[in-house]
Design a protein around this ligand. Structure first.
Ligand code: ATP
Ligand code: MG
Length: 153
């Protein structure tokens, strides 16, 4: 279906902000425009909740999460960036595997099944999109999600 993407992001951020406020984390949302994207709303919503939820969950208390959406060249390009602890380079190849969680007290203690990113990548690729991660220890993590705006044939 055609989904007004900026509005969907606003709805999700409004809900996750409550969780973030409890940690003193600020979420900043920037959407360059409103644009409808042809996708499965429920599934994309699940992907976005996982990406933004992870950024809140694994970032430091008092941190910042930046969500940016741009629409260009037939694509929706979203980044979710946090200033959390980052992901060790040796973990990055497994990050999208089912049940994979990075070792370490922080992520172990804070629940989660380790399924969110595996499911997210499957959905996104089924939609003809891409999901990638960049992370540096001590600097933070950025997930980049690209989705085609128009139906794929
Ligand atoms: P679930 O999403 O199933 O509730 P989860 O959040 O542990 O559980 P994923 O979303 O698949 O699972 O993430 C896998 C692992 O990647 C996490 O356990 C965490 O160790 C690491 N991770 C994900 N996002 C971040 C992030 N923004 N910063 C640091 N580590 C992250
Ligand atoms: Mg998760």
């Amino acid at each position: 279906e055609w989904v007004p993407f900026a509005r969907l992001l606003q709805e999700i951020v409004a809900v996750l902000e409550l969780e973030a406020e409890g940690k003193g984390t600020k979420i900043e949302l920037v959407a360059s425009a409103e644009q409808e994207v042809y996708c499965d709303r429920a599934r994309i919503k699940q992907v976005l909740i996982n990406l933004i939820g992870n950024a809140i969950r694994y970032a430091e208390s008092g941190g910042r999460v930046e969500v940016t959406a741009r629409f260009a060249a037939g694509e929706m390009r979203l980044t979710v960036r946090d200033d959390g602890p980052g992901i060790p380079p040796e973990s990055l190849p497994y990050l999208f595997d089912r049940f994979y969680r990075v070792e370490g007290s922080r992520s172990r203690q804070s629940g989660g099944m380790g399924l969110g990113l595996a499911i997210a990548k499957e959905f996104v690729e089924a939609h003809g999109g891409k999901l990638r991660v960049k992370s540096e220890l001590g600097e933070g993590t950025t997930f980049a999600l690209n989705l085609p705006i128009f139906p794929i044939s």
